[in-house]
Design a protein around this ligand. Structure first.
Ligand SMILES: O=C(O)c1cccc(C(=O)CC[C@H]2O[C@@H](n3cnc4c(=O)[nH]cnc43)[C@H](O)[C@@H]2O)c1
Length: 232
Protein backbone atom coordinates (compact mmCIF):
# COMPACT_ATOMS: atom_id res chain seq x y z
CA UNK A 1 0.00 0.00 0.00
CA UNK A 2 1.60 3.27 -1.06
CA UNK A 3 0.33 6.50 0.50
CA UNK A 4 1.90 9.92 0.05
CA UNK A 5 2.49 10.88 3.68
CA UNK A 6 2.85 9.03 7.01
CA UNK A 7 -0.53 10.20 8.38
CA UNK A 8 -2.27 8.48 5.44
CA UNK A 9 -0.12 5.37 5.88
CA UNK A 10 -1.08 5.25 9.57
CA UNK A 11 -4.80 5.52 8.69
CA UNK A 12 -4.45 2.57 6.29
CA UNK A 13 -2.35 0.67 8.85
CA UNK A 14 -5.30 0.52 11.24
CA UNK A 15 -6.77 -2.15 8.94
CA UNK A 16 -3.67 -4.31 9.25
CA UNK A 17 -3.00 -4.84 12.95
CA UNK A 18 -0.08 -7.01 14.01
CA UNK A 19 3.62 -6.77 14.65
CA UNK A 20 5.43 -4.43 12.28
CA UNK A 21 8.94 -4.79 10.90
CA UNK A 22 10.66 -1.73 9.40
CA UNK A 23 12.75 -2.15 6.25
CA UNK A 24 14.88 0.83 5.24
CA UNK A 25 15.11 1.26 1.46
CA UNK A 26 16.91 4.00 -0.45
CA UNK A 27 14.62 7.02 -0.01
CA UNK A 28 11.78 5.31 1.86
CA UNK A 29 10.97 2.92 4.69
CA UNK A 30 8.59 0.00 4.28
CA UNK A 31 6.48 -1.06 7.28
CA UNK A 32 5.85 -4.79 6.90
CA UNK A 33 2.88 -6.08 8.87
CA UNK A 34 3.36 -9.70 9.87
CA UNK A 35 1.07 -11.84 7.70
CA UNK A 36 -0.26 -8.71 6.03
CA UNK A 37 0.73 -5.88 3.80
CA UNK A 38 3.78 -3.73 3.21
CA UNK A 39 2.94 -0.09 3.92
CA UNK A 40 4.93 2.73 2.36
CA UNK A 41 4.76 6.51 2.74
CA UNK A 42 6.00 7.03 -0.81
CA UNK A 43 6.05 10.83 -0.95
CA UNK A 44 3.94 13.55 -2.55
CA UNK A 45 3.63 13.78 -6.32
CA UNK A 46 3.79 11.25 -9.14
CA UNK A 47 7.58 11.23 -9.59
CA UNK A 48 8.56 10.56 -5.97
CA UNK A 49 5.67 8.12 -5.54
CA UNK A 50 6.85 6.21 -8.62
CA UNK A 51 10.47 6.15 -7.49
CA UNK A 52 9.64 4.97 -3.95
CA UNK A 53 7.14 2.37 -5.14
CA UNK A 54 9.59 1.05 -7.75
CA UNK A 55 12.21 0.70 -5.01
CA UNK A 56 9.85 -1.28 -2.80
CA UNK A 57 8.74 -3.49 -5.71
CA UNK A 58 12.34 -4.21 -6.67
CA UNK A 59 13.39 -4.94 -3.08
CA UNK A 60 10.46 -7.34 -2.62
CA UNK A 61 11.23 -9.11 -5.91
CA UNK A 62 14.94 -9.48 -5.04
CA UNK A 63 13.88 -10.83 -1.66
CA UNK A 64 11.97 -13.61 -3.45
CA UNK A 65 8.54 -12.36 -2.34
CA UNK A 66 7.30 -10.24 -5.25
CA UNK A 67 4.18 -8.18 -4.66
CA UNK A 68 0.94 -9.44 -6.21
CA UNK A 69 -0.91 -6.15 -5.91
CA UNK A 70 0.05 -2.49 -5.41
CA UNK A 71 -2.47 -0.06 -3.89
CA UNK A 72 -2.17 3.73 -4.12
CA UNK A 73 -4.16 5.22 -1.25
CA UNK A 74 -4.75 8.55 0.42
CA UNK A 75 -6.86 11.66 0.46
CA UNK A 76 -7.86 13.54 -2.67
CA UNK A 77 -10.01 16.24 -4.17
CA UNK A 78 -13.55 15.26 -5.19
CA UNK A 79 -15.49 16.47 -8.22
CA UNK A 80 -18.76 17.73 -6.74
CA UNK A 81 -21.54 16.76 -6.59
CA UNK A 82 -20.60 13.22 -7.57
CA UNK A 83 -17.84 12.68 -4.99
CA UNK A 84 -18.75 14.62 -1.84
CA UNK A 85 -16.41 15.31 1.07
CA UNK A 86 -15.82 12.20 3.17
CA UNK A 87 -16.76 9.82 0.36
CA UNK A 88 -14.47 7.03 -0.77
CA UNK A 89 -13.53 6.48 -4.41
CA UNK A 90 -12.08 3.32 -5.95
CA UNK A 91 -10.51 4.11 -9.32
CA UNK A 92 -11.59 2.05 -12.31
CA UNK A 93 -9.21 4.23 -14.34
CA UNK A 94 -6.04 6.00 -13.17
CA UNK A 95 -5.29 8.80 -15.60
CA UNK A 96 -2.43 11.28 -15.78
CA UNK A 97 -4.41 14.44 -16.51
CA UNK A 98 -1.59 16.92 -17.08
CA UNK A 99 1.03 14.77 -18.81
CA UNK A 100 1.30 16.13 -22.32
CA UNK A 101 1.51 19.42 -24.17
CA UNK A 102 -0.58 22.56 -24.45
CA UNK A 103 -1.58 23.68 -27.92
CA UNK A 104 -3.71 26.53 -29.27
CA UNK A 105 -6.41 23.88 -29.76
CA UNK A 106 -6.20 22.62 -26.19
CA UNK A 107 -4.35 20.02 -24.17
CA UNK A 108 -2.67 17.11 -25.96
CA UNK A 109 -2.06 13.98 -23.88
CA UNK A 110 1.42 12.51 -24.14
CA UNK A 111 0.00 9.59 -26.13
CA UNK A 112 -0.98 12.07 -28.87
CA UNK A 113 2.70 13.06 -28.98
CA UNK A 114 3.63 9.45 -29.63
CA UNK A 115 4.86 8.54 -26.15
CA UNK A 116 3.97 6.17 -23.36
CA UNK A 117 0.57 5.91 -21.74
CA UNK A 118 -1.75 8.16 -19.74
CA UNK A 119 -4.12 5.57 -18.27
CA UNK A 120 -3.81 2.44 -16.19
CA UNK A 121 -6.86 0.28 -15.49
CA UNK A 122 -7.08 -1.74 -12.29
CA UNK A 123 -8.61 -5.23 -12.62
CA UNK A 124 -12.36 -4.74 -13.08
CA UNK A 125 -13.34 -7.57 -10.70
CA UNK A 126 -11.13 -6.20 -7.96
CA UNK A 127 -12.57 -2.70 -8.42
CA UNK A 128 -16.11 -4.10 -8.15
CA UNK A 129 -15.38 -6.19 -5.06
CA UNK A 130 -13.39 -3.46 -3.34
CA UNK A 131 -16.03 -0.79 -3.96
CA UNK A 132 -18.85 -3.07 -2.83
CA UNK A 133 -17.02 -3.99 0.38
CA UNK A 134 -16.12 -0.41 1.25
CA UNK A 135 -19.31 1.25 0.03
CA UNK A 136 -17.16 3.31 -2.33
CA UNK A 137 -17.90 5.10 -5.58
CA UNK A 138 -16.13 3.94 -8.73
CA UNK A 139 -14.87 6.14 -11.53
CA UNK A 140 -11.78 7.76 -12.97
CA UNK A 141 -9.22 9.20 -10.57
CA UNK A 142 -6.96 11.80 -12.14
CA UNK A 143 -3.31 12.26 -11.24
CA UNK A 144 -2.10 15.85 -11.41
CA UNK A 145 1.22 17.50 -10.58
CA UNK A 146 -0.56 20.75 -9.71
CA UNK A 147 -3.55 20.75 -7.33
CA UNK A 148 -6.53 22.32 -9.09
CA UNK A 149 -7.26 25.75 -7.60
CA UNK A 150 -9.64 27.48 -10.00
CA UNK A 151 -13.12 26.83 -11.36
CA UNK A 152 -11.74 27.17 -14.91
CA UNK A 153 -9.28 24.36 -14.43
CA UNK A 154 -11.84 22.16 -12.69
CA UNK A 155 -14.21 22.72 -15.63
CA UNK A 156 -11.46 21.92 -18.14
CA UNK A 157 -10.62 18.67 -16.34
CA UNK A 158 -14.30 17.74 -16.14
CA UNK A 159 -14.72 18.43 -19.86
CA UNK A 160 -11.70 16.27 -20.77
CA UNK A 161 -12.55 13.54 -18.24
CA UNK A 162 -16.34 13.37 -17.76
CA UNK A 163 -16.00 10.16 -15.71
CA UNK A 164 -13.57 11.73 -13.22
CA UNK A 165 -14.66 11.53 -9.58
CA UNK A 166 -11.44 12.62 -7.89
CA UNK A 167 -7.97 14.01 -8.39
CA UNK A 168 -4.80 13.35 -6.43
CA UNK A 169 -1.08 13.47 -7.07
CA UNK A 170 0.36 9.95 -6.85
CA UNK A 171 -1.84 7.28 -8.44
CA UNK A 172 -0.39 7.36 -11.94
CA UNK A 173 3.19 7.27 -10.63
CA UNK A 174 2.42 4.28 -8.42
CA UNK A 175 0.64 2.61 -11.35
CA UNK A 176 3.62 3.14 -13.67
CA UNK A 177 5.92 1.47 -11.15
CA UNK A 178 3.51 -1.44 -10.72
CA UNK A 179 3.12 -1.82 -14.49
CA UNK A 180 6.90 -1.94 -14.94
CA UNK A 181 6.86 -4.99 -12.64
CA UNK A 182 3.77 -6.53 -14.26
CA UNK A 183 1.80 -6.14 -11.02
CA UNK A 184 -1.85 -5.00 -10.93
CA UNK A 185 -2.70 -1.71 -9.27
CA UNK A 186 -5.64 -0.27 -7.35
CA UNK A 187 -6.21 3.34 -6.24
CA UNK A 188 -8.41 4.32 -3.30
CA UNK A 189 -9.07 7.97 -2.37
CA UNK A 190 -11.01 9.52 0.49
CA UNK A 191 -12.28 12.96 -0.47
CA UNK A 192 -10.87 15.75 1.70
CA UNK A 193 -11.73 18.80 -0.39
CA UNK A 194 -13.67 19.82 -3.48
CA UNK A 195 -11.82 20.13 -6.79
CA UNK A 196 -12.25 23.78 -7.65
CA UNK A 197 -11.38 27.26 -6.41
CA UNK A 198 -8.77 27.12 -3.65
CA UNK A 199 -10.47 27.30 -0.25
CA UNK A 200 -8.46 26.00 2.68
CA UNK A 201 -11.47 26.47 4.99
CA UNK A 202 -13.28 23.77 2.99
CA UNK A 203 -10.71 21.04 3.66
CA UNK A 204 -11.89 18.14 5.81
CA UNK A 205 -8.65 16.21 6.15
CA UNK A 206 -9.56 14.61 9.50
CA UNK A 207 -12.88 13.32 8.14
CA UNK A 208 -11.16 12.00 5.02
CA UNK A 209 -8.52 10.16 7.07
CA UNK A 210 -11.30 8.59 9.14
CA UNK A 211 -13.09 7.54 5.92
CA UNK A 212 -9.81 6.11 4.61
CA UNK A 213 -9.22 4.09 7.79
CA UNK A 214 -12.81 2.81 7.91
CA UNK A 215 -12.76 2.03 4.19
CA UNK A 216 -9.58 0.00 4.48
CA UNK A 217 -11.04 -1.83 7.48
CA UNK A 218 -13.72 -3.13 5.10
CA UNK A 219 -11.39 -3.54 2.13
CA UNK A 220 -8.64 -5.48 3.85
CA UNK A 221 -10.28 -8.93 3.51
CA UNK A 222 -10.91 -8.29 -0.22
CA UNK A 223 -7.28 -7.29 -0.77
CA UNK A 224 -5.94 -10.22 1.26
CA UNK A 225 -8.14 -12.67 -0.65
CA UNK A 226 -7.04 -11.13 -3.97
CA UNK A 227 -3.37 -11.53 -3.08
CA UNK A 228 -3.84 -15.16 -2.11
CA UNK A 229 -5.41 -16.24 -5.40
CA UNK A 230 -4.18 -16.40 -8.97
CA UNK A 231 -5.77 -13.98 -11.42
CA UNK A 232 -4.34 -14.88 -14.81
O1 LIG B 1 -2.75 24.37 -1.05
C1 LIG B 1 -3.76 23.94 -1.59
O2 LIG B 1 -4.60 24.65 -2.14
C2 LIG B 1 -3.99 22.46 -1.56
C3 LIG B 1 -5.23 21.95 -1.89
C4 LIG B 1 -5.45 20.57 -1.82
C5 LIG B 1 -4.40 19.73 -1.43
C6 LIG B 1 -3.17 20.28 -1.13
C7 LIG B 1 -2.03 19.47 -0.74
O3 LIG B 1 -0.93 19.92 -0.63
C8 LIG B 1 -2.27 18.02 -0.49
C9 LIG B 1 -1.59 17.20 -1.52
C10 LIG B 1 -1.67 15.75 -1.11
O4 LIG B 1 -3.01 15.35 -0.86
C11 LIG B 1 -3.61 14.77 -2.01
N1 LIG B 1 -4.67 15.70 -2.40
C12 LIG B 1 -5.64 16.10 -1.55
N2 LIG B 1 -6.50 16.89 -2.17
C13 LIG B 1 -6.08 17.04 -3.43
C14 LIG B 1 -6.57 17.78 -4.55
O5 LIG B 1 -7.61 18.46 -4.50
N3 LIG B 1 -5.85 17.70 -5.70
C15 LIG B 1 -4.74 16.95 -5.78
N4 LIG B 1 -4.24 16.25 -4.75
C16 LIG B 1 -4.89 16.29 -3.58
C17 LIG B 1 -2.47 14.58 -3.02
O6 LIG B 1 -2.48 13.27 -3.50
C18 LIG B 1 -1.19 14.88 -2.22
O7 LIG B 1 -0.66 13.71 -1.66
C19 LIG B 1 -2.94 21.65 -1.20
Amino acid sequence: MATAVPVERDAVARAFPGPVEELALPGATVRRVTGGADLLAAGVGPALAAASTAGALTAAALDGRPYRLVVSAGIGGGFLPHAPLGSLVVADEITAADLGAESPDGFLPVTDLGFGTVTHRPPAALVREAAAAAGALTGAVLTVSTVTGTAARADALRARHPRALAEAMEGFGVAEAAAAHGVPVLEVRAVSNPVGPRDRAAWRIGDALTALAEGFGKLAPVLESWMQHDHQ
